[in-house]
Design a protein around this ligand. Sequence first.
Ligand code: XMP
Length: 499
Amino acid sequence: DGFTAEKLFNQGFSYTYDDVIFLPNYIDFPADDVNLSTKLSRNVNLSVPLVASPMDTVCESAMAISMASLGGIAIIHSNTTAAAQASLVRTAKSRRFPVLHNPVFLPPSAEITSTDDFADSPFILVTESGNPKSSLLGYVSRQDWINSEANRSDKGSSRVHDYLVEAPVTVPWSYDLVKIDQTLSEKKTNSVGLVSDDGELVDLVTEDDVVRAKGYPKVLAKGSVGANGEWLVGAAIGTREEDKERLEQLVKAGVDVVVLDSSQGHSIYQLEMIKYVKNVYPEIDVIGGNVVTMNQAESLIQAGVDGLRVGMGSGSICTTQEVCAVGRGQATAVFKVSSIAYKSGIPVIADGGISNSGHVVKALSLGASTVMMGSFLAGSTEAPGAYVYQNGQRVKKYRGMGSLEAMTKGSDQRYLGDTAKLKIAQGVVGAVKDKGSVLNFIPYTLQAVKQGFQDIGACSLQSAHDLLRSKELRLEVRTGAAQVEGGIHGLVSYEKKYF
Ligand code: XMP
């Protein structure tokens, strides 16, 4: 019944996730028993197959901490200076509490004139001299300030000192939820400052943060931690000469894996960079890509990659297929590249085009070991940038790294367009609805993925890959009408007040 993947993907069509559907198999285990542990690359093990994409509206330190605490991993983008990127890696690796703010520092004598003074943070940290190296006095809460401003008759600037909540207790930045919780009750305080190894104040954790962190659905007892007890963190680099200097700084910051970030990875630049990384930093895994064909994959494997990133033009903000006429349907690309990569034991990352848990099940069952996501994680609390209200909806910006806006900041290297006089966009800028914290919604995605695995009779990723190769995983193409049937259809809107 149905087709094998081998047969389906060899008929001259480029299929994406929505084009195909799996046929169910026999179930002899509960969904909770499905083991999703996997490999990102040859030597990087994860307990959850999810990766945050190296994009500047998706992945900085906050995302890295949350993804690692969930058991996945994040790749810090490179659309900034080498020093700033290394500092994002260092911040992510040093923290153990899963919530991070980017607070503004001010002295008590400073004035607050608008909520802009808080930037993206829920509070301003107040130190003696207003810089992170001087002693913590306390904080001004954004909400308190807004509330009291609303009740104030004399509008105008207000002094930090007048809103200061005293909170001088500090702890090392490596304190986890349990230790911070203990400190709050022992010291009878409702917040603690986090101080780096160099004695610099970096953040504040409040009682509210602790309550929220305790309330997130539990996925794992421990997230993705390396041998030294720090979170696993990846970073993207390019393939230019100056990326060697960037790499050195990232390695010093403790990066665990690097991703060579290119929209078309089968190039002389990438082959040389793979060899360079393997030669100079044999202890660091290097992931190559992006690729979509077996030939591209073979070439990068020969050069020594530890992982392959698959996808070209499948991302939600991508226009590569339209602008350059090159790419491949993502289901076909994942199956084809995986079918060559597994022979050399190289894990595949299915990158782009994930918009629901079913897509994750499809990517992993077609041979990928992890999925990389941009839009799925954009709009979350952990994604960089501030929320704004647009037509009554709370949204955050999400942009392609090939959009003109992102390329102006330097990401054109990803498209090898750095020497071109005219910049051609291969991506767009958009906005994504507020989704809340990834710590809250990713556990639901994972549970749904486990149920999908149960339906096809796979109790682990390995077992899904075995079913694929033993031809026990059967699938079919969905016609347009079958796709409509598979979605919600035939209903009028449901208004609760009438029922
Ligand atoms: P999703 O669908 O998860 O896709 O939002 C994220 C992936 O899309 C790729 N990417 C781009 N591709 N133009 C492109 O053609 C772009 O501007 C662009 N920016 C990101 C990238 O692989 C990412 O992981």
